[in-house]
Ligand binder design. Structure first.
Ligand code: HPA
Length: 286
């Protein structure tokens, strides 16, 4: 159903309200937003949070319902400047549209942010991966599930037919990798997006592997598509919280995904400092 022009204005107005609210409540941040998905909240040192707002208070933001996703936007003090950090995220399997899930990205872009880096958990399909490995997304497969841009109605000349070839730029992938401690096990691979909330059957895992995926997860890609639409740079790194191939360990649960990712993130103390130092030069001049 095509939305009336009022709805176009409503969406745009909601984005404006959210952006203004964040500007008032968060203060100055560097031009990069970092989204912390399942388990990555372990990177947060509460003493470094200078400002925090809950999703429930931000106009237009939905509220996360999943364990491990606090739903806060922070001004986080790093050694290299203030960083906008989104602690927790929204998922389509929470009964939200792909555009609802991506709404925060529209608000950050309206505030003038230039790039978004997303950290998430994923299941390993590449048989060489082991739990706790990191994978930087080189490309994605998003053939199943709703594309957020199909819900977007525009009253200007921007096109929703965004060319996603090369969406994850080499220099961004290298920068988020260089920010890791040396010797960290980290590969680059293809991420298959699924809506979830169920984990894959063995046949589905084999199918996604055959299609060329190294990992599978239920997040990040709707937001990445919107980031590309908005002209933001985007980079994604996942913690392989569990493996699906060549065989899966028994006991795959959301709690286990959180546990493995949290313990991986815990030993990356200082990653947010280093991430800003390595990515900031890339947004200069954007
Ligand atoms: N499948 C889908 N999403 C996930 C998985 C998985 O095995 N692990 C963490 N997120």
């Amino acid at each position: 159903m095509k939305l009336a022009m009022e709805n176009v204005k409503d969406f745009d107005w909601s984005v404006e309200l959210a952006a203004e609210f964040l500007s008032e409540r968060l203060g100055e941040v560097s031009g990069i937003a970092v989204v912390l998905g399942s388990g990555w909240d372990a990177l947060i040192d509460e003493r470094r949070v200078s400002h925090a707002v809950d999703f429930k208070d931000i106009p237009g933001f939905a509220v996360p319902t999943v364990a491990g996703h606090k739903g806060r936007v922070l001004n986080y003090t790093t050694e290299n400047g203030p960083l906008l950090v989104q602690e927790g995220r929204l998922h389509c399997y929470e009964g939200l549209s792909a555009l609802d899930v991506s709404f925060p990205i529209f608000a950050y872009a309206r505030r003038g942010l230039k790039a978004v880096v997303m950290l998430s958990a994923a299941g390993g399909l590449n048989p060489l991966y082991i739990p706790g490995d990191l994978m930087i997304v080189r490309d994605h497969i998003f053939l199943l599930g709703e594309n957020p841009l199909s819900d977007l109605r525009l009253d200007d000349s921007r096109s929703i037919h965004v060319n996603l070839a090369g969406i994850y730029k080499h220099e961004w992938r290298e920068a988020i990798k260089a920010a890791l401690p040396q010797q960290t096990r980290c590969e680059q691979g293809v991420y298959a997006y699924v809506k979830g909330p169920t984990y894959e059957t063995d046949a589905e895992a084999a199918f996604l592997r055959m299609a060329g995926a190294d990992a599978v997860g239920m997040s990040s890609i709707p937001e990445a598509v919107c980031a590309a639409f908005l002209g933001l740079e985007v980079a994604i790194m996942c913690c392989i919280s569990n493996t699906l191939l060549p065989s899966r360990a028994p006991g795959l649960t959301h709690e286990e995904v959180l546990r493995v990712t949290r313990s991986r993130a815990k030993v990356l103390e200082g990653y947010l400092d280093s991430l800003l130092a390595h990515t900031y030069p890339l947004i200069k001049g954007l």
